[in-house]
Design a protein around this ligand. Structure first.
Ligand code: THU
Length: 273
């Protein structure tokens, strides 16, 4: 993954910061050895010392999700030159990520690249207790399926519908675009051979659900949520079958998409077996 791309994840993560005291927003993005990205943002507390930096939120989140091997960490702030991880984070980065690339950026597009060891020479760390058992057995636990799954969206929907209520009745006749991150563009190879494609997306504005309720899309009769297409569902995932009109580089034009502007697209696939 390009450094600029990892920085753009960190830039987006920065907007999730909870920093009412310092008003200094920080975003971090950690790249795994499987090209997956986990993000974090700084989270402050009225008891100031309880604050946790963006870097540690990203790293701890990744560790909890089961990731162990990391390639690069990007950090974005709004200062120039881009600010560096604090000492406490350097210690944590060293222990949990080893000697990885660290890319610091800011909103003006400046970028500085270093590494964990360059930031923390002669580190104290894991070598002192190597040989202790790793808790790998955790990953075989019977209840593992209950843990939340995360995904990195491929791109987003671009159209004129700002909210679900504004999706026109005749959406089946209307065009939308799907913008795919250029990093994934090669995955679109030969998709243009298809007339219809399946779009899997995350309904980012859908909040809450009922398991059994009257369904407007089903003549107001009572149906279970899994027996209808209601957007308010436990995982807010949507599957739309649309006509593929055209693909130009990383931008698809499709007909009949019932999703609002900005909806994250998680996957594209065909029905070919
Ligand atoms: N902060 C980070 O998130 N990362 C760093 O490496 C340095 C500091 C945050 C913590 C606090 O919310 C704010 O920046 C000011 O210190």
């Amino acid at each position: 993954m390009k450094k600029e791309t990892l920085l753009s994840y960190a830039r987006a993560a920065r907007l999730k910061a909870y920093a009412p005291y310092s008003k200094f927003l920080v975003g971090a993005a950690l790249l795994t050895d499987e090209n997956f990205v986990i993000t974090g943002s700084n989270t402050e507390n009225a008891s100031y010392g309880m604050t946790v930096c963006a870097e540690r939120i990203a790293i701890f989140t990744a560790i909890h999700a089961g990731w162990r091997n990391f390639m690069s960490l990007a950090v974005v702030t709004d200062s120039s030159p881009p600010s560096s991880p604090c000492g406490a984070c350097r210690q944590v980065i060293w222990e949990l990520c080893g000697n990885i690339e660290v890319v610091m950026g800011n909103l003006a597009g400046e970028m500085v690249t270093t590494s964990s060891l360059e930031m923390l020479p002669k580190p104290f760390g894991a070598a002192d207790w190597q040989g202790n058992p790793v808790t790998g057995e955790m990953l075989q636990a019977e209840d593992i399926w209950r843990l939340p799954v995360t995904s990195n969206p491929l791109g987003y929907v671009l159209n004129d519908y700002p909210a679900p209520q504004q999706i026109p009745e005749n959406y089946k006749e209307l065009l939308s675009k799907i913008v795919i991150d250029p990093e994934f563009e090669d995955g679109l190879y030969r998709l243009d051979e298809e007339e219809k494609i399946i779009v899997i997306s995350y309904l980012h504005q859908a909040k809450g659900y009922t398991l059994k309720d009257k369904r407007s899309g089903r003549g107001n009769e009572v149906y279970g949520v899994f027996a209808c297409r209601a957007p308010l569902r436990p995982n807010a995932l949507a599957q739309s079958v649309v006509e593929l009109v055209d693909i130009k580089k990383n931008i698809l034009t499709v007909k009949g998409l019932d999703l609002i502007n900005g909806t994250p697209v998680l996957d594209l696939k065909t029905d070919y077996r």
